[in-house]
Design a protein around this ligand. Sequence first.
Ligand code: GDP
Ligand code: MG
Length: 765
Amino acid sequence: MLKFALAGNPNSGKTTLFNALTGSTAHVGNWPGVTVDKREGVYRKLEEPVGIVDLPGIYSLSPYTPEEVVSRNYIIDEKPDCVINIVDATNLERNLYLTTQIMEIDVPIVVALNMIDAVKKAGDKIDIEKLEKEIGLPVVEISALRDEGIALLMERAYAAAKKPREGKTVLQDSMLSHVIDDVRIALKSKNVPSPLFHSVKLTEGDELEMSAHPEEVKMVEDFKNQCKGDVFEGDLEAMIADARYKYITAHYSTAITRTPNRAAAGSYKADKVLTHRIWGIPCFLVILFAMFHLSFGTDLLYLNTIAGWFNGGAGFARDIETGNELLNSFVAVFYSADGIATPGTMLFNLMGFVCDRIGEGIAAGLENVGAAAWAQGLVNDGIWSGLSGVLSFIPQILFLFLLISILEDSGYMARVAFILDRVFRKFGLSGRALIPMIMGFGCSVPAAINTRTLIDEKERIMTCRVIPFFTCGAKAPILAAVCGAIGSVYTGVNADLLVFALYVFGMVIAVLSVALMRQTTMRGEAAPFIMELPAYHLPQARNLMAHLWDKLKHYIKKAFTIIVASAIVIWFLSNFAWNWTMVGIEDSILYDIGSFVQWICTPMGFGLQLQGFGWVFVVAAVTGLIAKENVVATLYVLAYAIKAVVPEWDDGESGIGVVVALMQSTGITWQGLIAFTVFNMLTVPCLAAAATVRAETPKGKFRNTLAFWFITSFVTSSLLYCMLSWWWTVLIVAAAIAIVVAFFVLRNRGKIRFSRKNKKNAMNE
Ligand code: GDP
Ligand code: MG
């Protein structure tokens, strides 16, 4: 099968094209570095099927980061039949810089001028024929997003693949041409493939090449010595880069006619506020809060609360009583005494309503066929309650993801990395590391894989460690359930505000952890961060749907495998005694095990002080190590088991109400619930995430990472519990923190001159 490789700058639309060609739904993000490994698919609309390989984005063929190595090695070693070089036409010159390098390889190439829709919209014109003549390669205008020009592109690529092509360079007119040519001839006589490409790289001083061809290095050294004293001081790499850009400006830029760019001007205006030194972060927090409000709030736009201000405390909202029980609970999906439900809450209520009906149906069905009591218990209270516990949160969490995806696709998330860079840099982490962290809001697994884009090993380790502190989609149900319970029966603080506070708290702990690691085990400075901010654009429905569909599949798959299996195990352990007879929960295996370990959690507020109920939370947290959805699923399963032994239980409860009743009957305080949530957020992540982090960090570091997660979560949530429960402990904690900070400051004082000097040098460079 023929193989075509997609190569281009980050964010030029490679993955979008890949998806359009192969019908897959790989993650497309409007920021650089989303694709970190190559990905393969098949295009079937030509005479024969063609393999398509999506490569990570690269700015040049002199690789610096691991994902750049992937791209370079693929093109050079695997010899694709054609390279489709994707060029972001809205950024023509910079993208063509890579083109001038790829064309030096002996491989057929087609240039795909992508985002031509955006170019046209901005009112610019590109003279394709002229450009094609100047570049000397086939050039095809496409819009990967709108599926335009793709068939033609593939036809031309197919035609190109049939003819061998010899590399050529734009450096032939420069003063380097002789040395490049001499090296090329020398390499060619040794039958090195793509001699021109290797010759140029060798001249640039690429380390990989120098060690591969030591003899030719001398020819380059001689030339270098001749050049000492000119503008570049014999820095051939800079000389070559300069020659490339000069060539691009002289020959390629003439093909484009620009009109003053309106869209970019709009971006610029928005960025004046959104990335402002001072206003950037408040804007981010407001946007974040709006997101959580729409997903988790129970009072849309706080209308009911605001009405209350004018109305002596009572808003307009009432519970509606229609006389029909079913109708009542249906109406409550949209409107209740709290106010009008926000879209996310509405989805949650609706799904809860549906799940309750399904549960009733299943229970009635089992009753009808006369199933044994234990079987009824297993299905109703074990499998279904665990499963529905997860299912009922899915629409709400998907809604949250929709909002996150919109922010990502619009280009705002790239700005978030940029504004947070200012904060994180002070603590020793660069903005580049923030991209995987922000991806962690979705799922820690792809986020940890994305850390491959980081050059610095220490930075990679630290990032992997704090990624779980960016609350992922599987932990969101824990926050939703706990904050909902606290909001409705404990304190009256709004759930959306609490969820928001906890998300931010996770980020703050991430910053502090990095700062602490930079002072202790991971000393060093943040790598410089250069990212080009992508232009804002309207999020694309197809993209958003692809994201959501991926997430939905992931959730459903997990729910019907891991979650069901765990629910069954938990049900058995909570309904059977050691001698395998069915018993009440207080004699069960789980009770014994849980009670044995629950004392550990006493400092966090869900241990011994709950008088025999602390283990409920301990068990939930432990099952969360398999998958974080399990935490809530386990609470659902245990709620039904405990219902039997709590006399004052309100039997009318269903769905999430049962879990809230469970929390109340354990006697846990709201402070304990918060500590419980924080513990789950910060502790060892799920199995999949932990395994990924293990694979992505150097050998031998993982044990420390595990310890780091456990200790951080334990200490943080214990302190939080104490501070929330007894205000005066704040003073002790503050004093302890002050002592630690003072210690590090005093220790660093001795070196302050040294580090300043370093900084100055770095700036001069
Ligand atoms: P990659 O990093 O090269 O894989 O780029 P992606 O495929 O992830 O796309 C980067 C961004 O460019 C996404 O936000 C896409 O929606 C957007 N994009 C891709 N192709 C086009 C196009 O033809 N027109 C426009 N306007 N945007 C595009
Ligand atoms: Mg990509």
